[in-house]
Design a protein around this ligand. Structure first.
Ligand code: GLU
Length: 408
């Protein structure tokens, strides 16, 4: 990623100091804290918050609970947030946080204690004008509610705008839960029109969490053909399309997407998450974890178009292979910026003390996504040699550097 930033700064004929400033985070907070488990045992967990860049405003980015979370990953993701927020045109810098553990092995009461403890470690470094966390992988609206409540207890304030992605009934925003998926859908609509991709295109989506599930649902509701979906346990493929509503119903009963295969659907094949990346489709949407498209499988991708709904799903080597093969890749900082844009609307709502309707949120989000898409498309039109990722970085770094020039 350092390469694309250096290259973009040089392509835009900006001074090297901008690339140098963007090489490192402004601040990283690292901590370990004790957790008393339900059985009385005490364990220690490690957490981070990386505040990467604040030229455009307070730091903004999610919190991730996952065993693979580590300092470097949190820093990298906070760097991505910086470019994403700039491209989205919202008044935020970039940050990211995380705790290294597997939330699936902890009870709800333990998750509440962990979430509240995370805030105790961090509350001096966050706030509506300082750093505004939100959900990310494995973190939920309920966890944001615990966190904002803990923040308000510790500070004696009622600052709901310190966290976004809260439950609607706890000063959250209608439509924030589906905003990343809906935002990705708006990007896909723009791209489908630009490349004349037919509505019958076969779409494969990796991941059935907040992003993948909502995107699959919205595509399905609008008559698009989703041929493959997966969750952490594996995936399904059906060349005639999958009934996403039925898969959602299974998930809500606590089952996996693969349970759909036994559901009187004889032509549904079971696949792995790896297999989904290489499956027969026109459009591939990684919507799960990072580094899913790598050197070893990039040449096997059959899709002509990739929309990165996950953060950082494609390694740099894989990206080069895909570009070489003429696969069009719409990058994460564009495709998934709907989530943080929804967060922005929530923050404005909390600060203004007004309440947006769902329709207003969708309309606002559509505007943000279309603007971001057209910025990227116009960079590409100016210089057709570059990839859409480079085009997105050009648009993002133009705005970021214009602000950074006043800082040093
Ligand atoms: N976790 C989301 C992302 O990676 C949303 C961040 C936010 O809303 O602050 O973009």
């Amino acid at each position: 990623m350092a390469d694309i930033i250096e290259k973009t700064v040089s392509d835009l004929r900006l001074e090297k100091r901008f690339a140098e400033r963007l090489e490192h985070p402004e601040r990283v907070i690292e901590f370990t804290f004790p957790l008393k488990r339900d059985d009385g045992a005490t364990i220690f967990l490690m957490g981070w918050r990386s505040q990467y860049n604040s030229a455009l405003g307070p730091y903004k980015g999610g919190i991730r609970y996952h065993p693979a979370v580590n300092r470097d990953e949190v820093i990298l993701l906070s760097k991505l947030m910086t470019f994403k927020n700039s491209l989205a045109g919202i008044p935020y810098g970039g940050s990211k946080g995380g705790i290294a553990f597997n939330p699936k092995e902890f009870s709800r009461a333990e998750l509440e204690r962990i979430s509240r403890q995370y805030v105790r470690e961090l509350y001096r470094f966050i706030g509506p004008d300082v750093d505004i966390p939100a959900p990310d992988v494995n973190t939920t609206a309920e966890m944001m509610a615990w966190m904002v409540d803990e923040y308000n207890i510790l500070t004696g304030k009622k600052e709901y705008a310190t966290f976004t992605g809260k439950p609607v009934e706890f000063n959250g925003l209608k439509g924030r839960d589906e905003a990343t998926g809906r935002g990705a859908y708006f990007v896909m609509l723009e791209a489908f029109a630009r490349h004349k991709i037919p509505k019958s295109a076969k779409i494969a989506i990796q991941g059935f969490g907040n992003v993948g599930m909502n995107l699959a649902r919205i595509l399905y509701e609008n008559g698009y053909m989703v041929v493959a979906v997966s969750d952490s346990k594996g995936g399904i493929y059906c060349k005639d399309g999958i009934n996403v509503s039925k898969v959602m119903a299974l998930k809500s009963e606590g089952k996996g997407v693969q349970d759909y295969a036994t559901n009187e659907n004889a032509n549904v094949k079971l696949i792995t998450n790896e297999g989904l990346i290489e499956s027969e489709c026109d459009v591939l949407v990684p919507a799960a974890l990072d580094n899913q498209i790598r050197k070893d499988n990039a040449a096997k991708v059959k899709a002509k178009y990739i929309f990165e709904a996950a953060n950082n799903p494609t390694t740099a080597e894989a990206d080069a292979i895909l570009n070489e093969r003429g696969v069009v890749v719409y990058p994460d900082i564009l495709v998934n910026c709907g989530g943080v844009s929804g967060s922005y609307i929530e923050w404005v709502q909390n600060r203004e003390g007004r309440i947006y309707t769902y329709e207003q949120v969708v309309k606002e989000l559509e505007g943000v996504m279309k603007r971001a898409f057209s910025l990227v498309a116009s960079e590409k039109d100016k210089d057709n040699k570059i990839s859409y990722r480079e085009a997105a970085y050009r648009a993002s770094i133009r705005r970021l550097a214009a602000a950074m020039q006043y800082q040093f």
